[in-house]
Ligand binder design. Structure first.
Ligand code: PLP
Length: 257
């Protein structure tokens, strides 16, 4: 039997996973894109971590690091990337700001932004504009040939999945193709679609999620950002864990006697 046939005979995906969503006992929930209810296992993992931290402080720090590693591998699988391309960030906004403020913008550089974007994907570009980068502001309803014209000579185009999916004249795939043709970095804020859509973008410089379908609640996000590894962009801030660190610093802890 072929894999496709086996898949066809199984119950639909939503039936297989329905039990894992406790929210269904209370509500018919139709707002998964902006703020999704958590799946039971995701909520359980968060509770366990909080409980561990409350009872043992940082004693199990190495296990937390393993969880980070598992998350990177799973995030890479979800978006067809390599784990080395995934950086974990605090949330979507931080991911976008990391790209915006971390690229080595030069005088005369230009990027393409969209007026209707979420604040997270609007203000970082406004800030760059104030620093001398030219921003060509478009509307998400502008036709594709206008987007193509704007991309000619531009360094980056930033758009989020939501306005893209509302477009009448094109999709993220079309815009990705335009960016590829024009050698323009294609930045997609995929928070409201990642996890629900398995679309593989032809050109994808960046994907990021936090809440929504990806089951990570408000806060953590993932950033696919090969530009960082290529040395073209440098993060504008640092956290507690170095990217090249393979084992965490040993926490100062001792069992109670
Ligand atoms: C499209 C989009 N981008 C960015 C954000 C901000 O997300 P975060 O809180 O992860 O920074 C949201 C929040 O709803 C959003 O819907």
């Amino acid at each position: 039997m072929t894999n496709a046939l086996v898949e066809e005979q199984r119950p639909p995906l939503w039936e297989r996973y329905a039990d894992q969503f406790p929210v269904r006992r209370n509500l018919i929930y139709l707002n998964h894109a902006p703020l999704a209810p958590l799946a039971g296992p995701a909520a359980e993992a968060m509770r366990n971590l909080a409980d561990d931290c409350a009872r043992f402080g940082s004693l199990h720090y190495d296990q937390w690091m393993n969880a980070y590693e598992g998350l990177r591998v799973a995030a890479a699988r979800l978006i067809n990337a390599d784990r080395s391309e995934i950086a974990l960030v605090k949330n979507t906004s931080e991911g976008i700001a990391t790209v915006a403020l971390g690229l080595d913008w030069k005088p005369g550089d230009r990027m393409v932004g969209f007026r209707e974007e979420f604040p997270a994907n609007f203000y970082p570009w406004k800030r760059l504009e104030a620093k001398g980068v030219t921003v060509t502001w478009l509307s998400v309803t502008d036709p594709l040939d206008q987007i193509e014209a704007a991309c000619r000579g531009a360094r980056l185009l930033a758009i989020s999945f939501v306005p893209v999916s509302h477009r009448v004249s094109g999709t993220a795939r079309d815009i990705g193709e335009i960016c590829r043709r024009n050698n323009c970095i294609f930045l997609v804020d995929a928070i409201q679609g990642l996890g629900a859509f398995s679309d593989r973008y032809p050109v994808l410089s960046y994907r990021c999620s936090g809440r929504g379908w990806a089951q990570v609640a408000v806060g953590p996000g993932g950033l696919r950002h090969p530009l960082c590894s290529a040395g073209a962009a440098r993060p504008d801030r640092a956290g507690g864990i170095r990217l090249d660190q393979t084992s965490p610093a040993m926490p100062i802890t001792r069992p109670a006697t």
